[in-house]
Design a protein around this ligand. Structure first.
Ligand code: FAD
Length: 471
């Protein structure tokens, strides 16, 4: 062991790289340690390849309405699964290459190996010891695979292996219908695979708003089989995998396990830090500094099990890196919460979630997209949006929706919630015609009707002119 470094960052994922960006602006005396493949979960096996797959699936699915548009011959279209997966990997490789440029530039300051804490200022990397004034832990997460399922061998897929397949079999079960399970189940089904989907929990995509959840269930249920609220057991069978769910038994060729992701902290040596770990083995982390207790150790990204989303991981890495290199940790405000599920219709949540609302102080405005004119033109006329507002002030609190292009409408709403805008502010915003946002305006009008001082007009009165007129 030689010099004492300023900062060691463990994990070259999105959080770790964001940390390195901040650290390297402030000191040269740092080290990045990464175990396993480089290229980040997001680019390699997460956000990016999953969205490429979804794009192909949605393109093929559009054939079902081509006849309605007066376009004939759609029956002749077919999916070339090996080609679809090849494109997923080709684009994936390109996205990964972008992230590798960052680590390649670091030269000797980046090493490969499994890091384990020896204390708040020391780590072991495959038998070599390194010391630093601060340590950033950004070790990410991995798919949960219940031990008995491992006996299924190659018939068991996770998102770590799915995109590596040369082709896919005819029958796939997706077990776990959180955001990832929902996205992939629909994509596989739209690519022509017979999908059966299961979840032990009742709600799809973790949606707490019952009306929006029901809408999503309706939409997905019209495309593939969904069974929720039952524990699932898997066993190898002569020609595949037998799934037992309640009184149901089916046989499939492969299973995608999407039952959640586990933070990679179990073999990280957190017990050497001298802080109390909770029942999941997690230390206390301040989300505004990413600091563990009052130690010079920071836990960022999926590894802290808090907000397993790319933009949050990047923010947390940024905060952790900045604080690890700073004389005193700085406290940062976190962004307004936002989550998007890239199924069709998209699901999005913004701001306060349904279960966090105080019923006595909240009003809910609803917009129905089944008759929305732009949605009808595109053949995507389904979905609802629910917007939550404060009963007294009309200030927007949050929203949940399952509507076409919610990925874009969520950004409009997150701006509004983050800026504490009111229902009145939203109604004064111009909305072009004909666009999907006109549908969202229905939810604001619904809210306005429930507010005490609802006026007759969406428009603001000319304050100056009226004042003069009254003089
Ligand atoms: C299929 C899928 C789809 C997703 N889609 C979206 C999406 O659409 N939008 C979105 O916002 N988010 C999405 N996510 C989530 C997003 O990808 C993650 O939140 C994000 O990538 C986490 O980044 P991270 O830096 O925390 O972890 P990672 O990128 O996993 O980086 C952690 C790194 O640490 C390394 N490591 C682990 N242990 C050690 C150790 N002991 N020593 C050294 N190195 C170690 C790992 O090998 C890895 O390289 C998706 C995830 C998946 C799986």
């Amino acid at each position: 062991m030689s010099e004492i470094l300023d900062v060691i960052v463990v994990g070259a994922g999105s959080a770790g790289l964001a940390a390195i960006r901040e650290v390297s602006k402030r000191t040269d005396r740092f080290l990045l340690v990464n175990d396993g493949p480089y290229g980040t979960t997001c680019a390699r096996v997460g956000c990016m390849p999953s969205k490429v797959l979804i794009e192909a699936a949605n393109a093929f699915h559009r054939r079902e309405m081509l006849d309605t548009l007066g376009i004939r011959g759609a029956n002749g279209l077919s999916v070339d699964l090996p080609a679809v997966l090849q494109r997923v990997r080709a684009l994936r490789d390109d996205f990964v290459a972008g992230t590798l440029k960052l680590t390649d530039r670091l030269g000797e300051r980046s090493i490969a190996g499994r890091a384990r804490l020896l204390g708040p200022d020391r780590i072991d990397v495959d038998g070599r010891e390194f010391r630093a004034r601060s340590i950033v832990l950004a070790t990410g997460s991995r798919p949960v695979v219940p031990r008995p399922w491992q006996a299924l061998g190659e018939r068991l897929l996770t998102t770590d292996t799915l995109f590596e397949q040369r082709t896919l079999p005819a029958r796939i079960a997706v077990v776990g219908l959180g955001a990832i399970g929902v996205e992939i189940a629909q994509a596989l089904s739209r690519l022509g695979i017979e999908v059966s989907a299961f979840d032990a929990a009742e709600r799809l995509a973790g949606l707490a708003d019952p009306a929006v959840e029901a809408e999503l269930r309706d939409a997905l249920g019209s495309e593939f089989r969904i069974r929720t609220g039952v524990a699932v057991e898997l066993a190898p069978s002569a020609d595949g995998v037998e799934i037992s769910a309640g009184d149901e038994r089916i046989v499939v060729d492969a299973v995608l396990a999407a039952v959640g992701r586990r933070p990679n902290v179990d073999r990280l040596g957190l017990e050497t830090l001298g802080v109390k770990l909770d029942e999941r083995g997690m230390p206390p982390v301040d989300p505004s500094t990413m600091r563990i207790g009052d130690l010079p150790v920071f836990l960022a990204g999926d590894a802290n099990g808090d907000r397993a989303l790319l933009h949050e991981a990047a923010d947390e890495g940024h905060i952790a890196g900045l604080n690890a290199a700073a004389p005193q940790p700085i406290c940062f405000e976190r962004r307004t919460p936002m989550g998007i599920v890239f199924c069709d219709p998209n699901v999005a949540t913004v701001g306060l979630r349904f279960e966090q609302l105080d019923d006595s102080r909240t009003i809910i405005g609803e917009a129905d997209f089944h008759r929305q004119s732009r949605a009808r033109m595109t053949g995507r006329d389904r979905g609802i949006a629910r917007v939550y507002a404060d009963r007294e002030s009309g200030r927007l609190l949050g929203a949940a929706m399952c509507v076409p292009d919610a990925e874009h409408m969520a950004h409009l709403l997150v701006l509004a919630v983050g800026q504490s805008l009111t229902v009145g502010d939203m109604l004064r915003m111009p909305v072009y015609h004909p666009v999907l946002e006109e549908g969202l305006r229905g939810a604001f009008r619904d809210l306005a009707r429930q507010l005490p001082d609802a006026g007759d007009s969406d428009l603001a009165a000319c304050g100056g002119f009226q004042a003069e007129a009254l003089d």
